[in-house]
Design a protein around this ligand. Structure first.
Ligand code: RIB
Length: 339
């Protein structure tokens, strides 16, 4: 039988209220001797406060939910790590929900976190977000902070990267290396940040008077296999000399397709990725990419959520991080081949 707060009170000859005050570090009116007797008894009997009972009283569970689409992608595990580190510092536990980019799992986890009465939710939507469900969540009673994947719902708090700028500086880097036939492998175009990166690519071409050719664009799925299939399509007779790939996992897939076609990186095709996950500095040749601060995004999202839970104001509803170009060995200057 689990030890209850009433057992501690009876054994130490004080009221349950006094025990609760000591548990919550509210010592006014409790003598040092009484406090020590209560703490000793709690330790001897290994008493653990009942979280559900406590939640019924405080209306808080000191838990937050994290919903992300792909825990196997280091970008999202870095976000989750930042959230968990911040939550732990603030005395919160986390429930981590991985939706596998599937809408049915996304709905299931949103309902599960509501049933667990979490104090708040940090949410990165699937590639094809269900705006109705997300809108109900955001307009509901549980505070929500959206991270990475923008949702077109007013008054939502969000932590993002400037994806347009990321697509722009990636493409501009290739243009500055004298490339003109630059392909683009996008993320799933139902995803807001995939569209923004593609728009940045288009704008960089336009600003350098390079005509946009939609035949040089292929849609991917933010996974290795999607990058490989899209690259196979683009390198077939397209004479591209460079590729902007909208995330690092797909860039790894593009490597495989380019090497399978007997081509070399960067001599035949230069590649720029997006995210800067750890493998990008291990893969051969090391990947030039756009870094987004995933861990810091997680820290900021958790910080904003705790403020909202505590009824404090959050300075800016949409915090956007600037991406950085990380130049490595997968890009080089284009030189026309003399046949
Ligand atoms: O790698 C996964 C991609 O999807 C990242 O670029 C991130 O922005 C997420 O939206």
């Amino acid at each position: 039988m689990a030890i209850t707060i009433k057992d501690i009170a009876r054994i130490t000859n004080v009221s349950a209220t006094t025990v609760s005050r000591v548990l919550n570090n509210k010592h006014e009116g409790v003598s040092l001797e009484t406090r020590q007797r209560i703490l000793d008894t709690i330790r001897e009997l290994d008493y653990k406060p009942n979280a559900i009972a406590r939640g019924l009283v405080t209306k808080k569970t000191n838990t937050i939910g994290i919903i992300i689409p792909d825990i196997s992608n280091q970008f999202f595990s870095d976000i989750a790590r930042g959230i968990e580190d911040g939550a732990s510092d603030h005395g919160y536990n986390v429930f981590l929900c991985n939706t596998d980019d599937k809408l049915d799992k996304e709905s299931k986890y949103i309902n599960a976190l509501k049933e667990k009465c979490v104090d708040g939710i940090i949410f990165a939507s699937s590639s094809m977000p269900n705006i109705k469900i997300i809108s109900e969540l955001i307009k509901g009673s549980i505070p929500v902070v959206v991270v990475d994947r923008h949702v077109e719902i007013e008054n939502v708090y969000g932590i993002y990267t400037d994806n347009f700028r990321g697509g722009y500086i990636a493409t501009k880097h290739l243009i500055d290396l004298n490339h003109k036939k630059i392909g683009c492998i996008t993320g799933p175009l139902g995803n807001h940040n995939s569209k923004e990166r593609l728009d940045g690519y288009k704008q960089a071409l336009l600003d350098s008077c390079i005509t946009f050719n939609e035949d040089l664009v292929a849609e991917g799925n933010y996974k290795i296999n999607g990058g490989m299939k899209a690259a196979e399509k683009l390198i077939r007779n397209k004479q591209i000399t460079a590729l902007f790939v909208s995330n690092d996992l797909m860039a790894y897939g593009a490597y495989k397709a380019i090497k399978a076609a007997g081509l070399n990186i960067p001599e035949d095709i230069s590649i720029v990725g997006f995210d800067d996950t750890e493998l990008s500095q291990i893969i051969e040749p090391e990947l030039t990419t756009i870094r987004q601060p995933a861990y810091q995004m997680g820290i900021e999202a958790e910080r904003a959520l705790i403020k909202i839970i505590s009824g404090k104001s959050v300075k800016d509803r949409n915090k956007s991080f600037s991406p950085n170009l990380i130049i490595r060995k997968s890009t080089s200057k284009y030189q026309a081949k003399i046949i």
